[in-house]
Design a protein around this ligand. Structure first.
Ligand SMILES: [Fe+2]
Length: 378
């Protein structure tokens, strides 16, 4: 029996109120998801979060982010979550092919609640993934009016159809995804440019010293291999990479006569060379973004027994970045020819590192080096 109070249809008002509550809840969810999306600058992470957000916000079984590969003129599944995510991940579509291809080509959104009746629907996809598409919603992801990809959600929960309210929310999410993707792309480009600049600087120093060709690359490679066997966070590994690339930047301030001397250095000359770690730190101090790597550059010739330079630091007072660069640097110096001596064999150099673990080098770093060496990574 219908409940009517003083001419008010209670059921009608209750269901209206429920719809408003739902809408407010979904808007709050959209706002939370947007914050989560924009709190990362890692491209892979942003893409994964975009997928999770699409699935969650659309109350869908599967969500996908398809990005346009301009060179190949294809649309490829960047990530797809849900049960069939793995199967879908490797698939590419031509622009214009399937619903997603149509949305990418036209830059318009689409709701398809009966895919079997839509000629644009790409049936082969269901076959490939053993998946039955019941309905789907698809919106373009645009950066400065240019379509860079497509956000898609498939199979709404509870057998329901996608509607205009879904479309409006999904479009807002796609705008947030576009901003987050663009920010992460810009960040990555900036980071790449930075690494290239650091590498060019290191290369400029190497070009002055013909005996150390490729030294910087090898020290970087060895340092990163060591880091894999130490518990270091991704950001610490990033700093390590830059410190390894720039560890000898201070040599730029050492005169050619000493730097290029084709014989063993005199004690006085060796004292001059020793300045390069302080000089390197001074050069880097000008770049505030590189604050974290200064210890790696400044102390890469310290020894855990306190007999190193420039400060004679001991054990735990030596920063980890410096301890790692020290092992890599010494190993490379031992295994390359110098004008006044032949290179040691790899085996002999490794024995030397082991012998000096605990005196010149940090034991844990040498142990990590050994592990990487045994696995053929060095
Ligand atoms: Fe050095």
């Amino acid at each position: 029996m219908k409940r009517v109070m003083k001419g008010i249809d209670l059921e009608k008002w209750t269901s209206k109120l429920k719809r408003i509550e739902d809408k407010v809840e979904r808007l709050a969810l959209l706002s939370r998801l947007s914050q989560i999306l924009n709190s990362s600058l890692e491209q892979q992470e942003v893409r994964k979060r975009a997928m999770e957000a699409a699935t969650h916000l659309m109350k869908a079984q599967v969500g996908s982010l398809l990005l346009i590969d301009e060179k190949r003129e294809k649309l490829y599944f960047e990530v797809a979550l849900g049960d069939k995510g793995e199967a879908v991940k490797t698939t590419t579509l031509n622009i214009g092919e399937g619903i997603a291809g149509w949305v990418a080509q036209k830059g318009k959104s689409l709701i398809v609640n009966q895919p079997e009746r839509d000629a644009r629907f790409y049936k082969a996809m269901d076959g490939k993934t053993n998946f039955k598409t019941r309905n789907l919603i698809c919106v373009p992801v645009k950066v400065k009016k240019k379509v860079i990809g497509v956000l898609e959600a498939i199979n709404k929960w509870d057998e329901a159809d996608f509607d205009d309210e879904d479309l409006s929310l999904f479009t807002s999410l796609a705008d947030q995804v576009a901003i987050a993707l663009d920010n992460s792309r810009l960040y990555q480009e900036q980071e790449e440019m930075f690494f290239q600049t650091a590498e060019s600087l290191a290369d400029a120093i190497e070009k002055r010293d013909p005996y150390t060709g490729g030294h910087t690359q090898r020290v970087t490679l060895y340092s990163l291999a060591i880091a894999r066997y130490l518990s270091m966070s991704p950001i610490e590994k990033k700093w390590l990479k830059i410190a390894a690339v720039l560890h000898d930047i201070g040599k730029i301030g050492i005169e050619d006569q000493i730097l290029k001397k084709p014989a063993q250095l005199s004690p006085e000359e060796y004292d001059v060379i020793k300045h390069h770690s302080d000089l390197g730190a001074e050069i880097i101090e000008h770049i505030k973004q590189l604050k974290e790597i200064i210890p790696g550059v400044k102390y890469h010739h310290e020894q855990v027994n306190g007999r190193g330079y420039p400060q004679g630091l001991k054990g735990k007072d030596i920063p980890l970045l410096a301890k790692i660069v020290s092992v890599s640097d010494t190993y490379d110096a031992m295994t390359t020819d110098r004008p006044y001596r032949k290179a040691l064999t790899k085996g002999a150099a490794v024995q030397e590192l082991k012998r000096c673990a605990g005196s010149q080098f940090d034991r844990k770093v040498v142990a990590a080096f050994m592990e990487a060496y045994r696995k053929g990574e060095i």
